[in-house]
Design a binder for this molecule. Structure first.
Ligand code: NAD
Length: 432
């Protein structure tokens, strides 16, 4: 099938590379000329494990190409996928300006029956708005609009796209359902579930999925606070409840709060939808409030570990991205906490294996040891695997004070204390 993908970010590029690998003919489009120039010269503008290799292989096979203009690719396409960003706007609702702009351009370029697929995360009813925008741009266009929310996770995006737990398609016509079944046949014939529903249900269920996961995180973080005060261990509590198959073991790791390009904006957008439709989403509102307060709480914990003030103190910050395996720093807890510490007068040396830039007032170091040199406190903010292999005796010796605040419970508390560190984790009793 010929597919044009509008928006070549994390979702557009991964979807494009994987669909090309299934054998489809793909054009990835982006309005960012620099991004397309890089892709055409063989550079991949984002870090995602395995993506560069997959793109290179499919470009070489002639199944994948890149363009700044969408006219030709859209005119030739059987399916056009919208994968542009939908960031939060000032009133918490999703900013749909890129979706509307893409819909209008697609409408102007359509030629013959075309299926327009919204893969961006969009509020309920956006499929109707996309159809209206296309119709307004080209009253004679013959098209259908389906919702096909994406569930990939950055850091594991290719595996998630190629071996998803489910594919969700919200479609209103048999023709649209048949085309989507054809697009994903390489996966469904290997047993992947293709869940067909209505367009509105598909739009809503993407937000419901993200909000539910975010709620699990806020829940376990509040339980971790209770463990600390009451003398329990959150790891045991999480393991114990996770053994119940109705609860499940995943997404029960206490930490500095959720971040990234999806959970924060999607929970806010769902809460805004609840207000708009007068169907309050109180659990989602509470999830957001708990998470917002979490960054301040974590910063306070670091201040306490430094003896009550970080004024003039050096903090080594390990990890800046919102999770390991990505270079994405959008709404990263590490940055929120760093900002609070900088405001309180701390000097921060940070190291991250992928982050290319930090914040004003934050110095980037070339490795974890350089960041830790002379530091009064080491804060582990993102659980990159390589941090497990650090020579912690060396870290202890180069720090000014051997103090660790481990926001991911990456290190073993007893081992750290045996090495002479003053160690604080999350949701663990103060003294073992
Ligand atoms: P991104 O910011 O990485 O990429 C979006 C791209 O779209 C940018 O390169 C931008 O230049 C381009 N763009 C914007 N408007 C355009 C237009 N009119 N024409 C052509 N190109 C245009 O965003 P992303 O992380 O890939 O997310 C895309 C959507 O997918 C969002 O709605 C997001 O919520 C959703 N989503 C993201 C993830 C994730 O892990 N990143 C997972 C699932 C769903």
């Amino acid at each position: 099938m010929r597919v044009a993908i509008v928006g070549s970010g994390y979702v557009g590029l991964v979807s494009g590379a994987c669909l090309a690998d299934f054998g489809h003919d793909i054009t990835c489009i982006d309005r960012d000329e620099h991004r397309i120039a890089e892709l055409r010269s063989g550079l991949v503008p984002i870090y995602e494990p395995g993506l560069a290799e997959l793109i290179a292989a499919n470009v070489a096979e002639g199944r994948l190409r890149f363009d700044t203009r969408l006219d030709q690719a859209v005119a030739a396409a059987d399916i056009v996928v919208i994968a542009v960003g939908t960031p939060a706007s000032d009133n918490d609702e999703a900013d749909l300006s890129s979706v509307h702009a893409a819909a209008k351009s697609i409408g102007l370029a359509l030629d013959g029956f075309t299926l327009v697929v919204t893969k961006s995360t969009v509020p309920v009813g956006t499929g109707d708005a996309v159809a209206s925008a296309i119709h307004a741009a080209r009253p004679d266009a013959v098209f259908d609009v389906v919702s096909n929310p994406e569930f990939l996770r950055e850091g594991a995006a290719i595996k998630d796209f190629c071996q998803p737990e489910r594919i969700v398609v919200g479609a209103e016509t048999e023709r649209a359902r048949a085309l989507m079944s054809e697009l994903y046949r390489p996966l469904t014939q290997r047993g992947t579930a293709l869940f067909m529903t209505t367009r509105r249900s598909a739009e809503l269920l993407k937000y419901a999925a993200n909000a539910f996961l975010a709620m699990k995180i806020s829940f376990i973080n509040e339980m971790a606070d209770l463990c600390e005060k009451a003398g329990g261990d959150i790891a045991d509590v999480a393991r114990g409840i996770g053994l119940d198959s109705r609860i499940g073991p995943k997404f029960l790791e206490a930490g500095p709060g959720y971040g990234g390009s999806c959970f924060p904006k999607d929970t806010r957008a769902l809460a805004a939808m609840g207000r708009r439709y007068e169907a309050p989403q109180r659990l989602v509102e509470a999830t957001i409030a708990v998470n917002a307060e979490r960054f301040t709480r974590m910063a306070r914990r670091i201040v306490e570990a430094c003896g009550g003030s970080v004024e003039g103190r050096r903090i080594a910050l390990l990890g800046l991205t919102f999770k390991p395996g990505t270079d994405d720093m959008r709404e990263s807890p590490a940055l929120g906490i760093a900002e609070a510490l900088i405001r309180a007068g701390a000097r921060i040396s940070a190291y991250d294996p992928q982050a290319a830039a930090g914040l004003a007032g934050l110095a980037l170091s070339e490795d974890a040891y350089a960041a830790a040199t002379g530091a009064d406190c080491l804060v582990l903010a993102t659980e990159w695997r390589e941090f497990r292999a650090l020579d912690m005796a060396r870290i202890r010796d180069i720090m000014a004070q051997p103090v660790i605040v481990d926001l991911r419970n990456l290190f073993d508390a007893r081992t750290m204390r045996a090495l002479g560190f003053e160690y604080r984790g999350i949701g663990r009793p103060a003294l073992d």
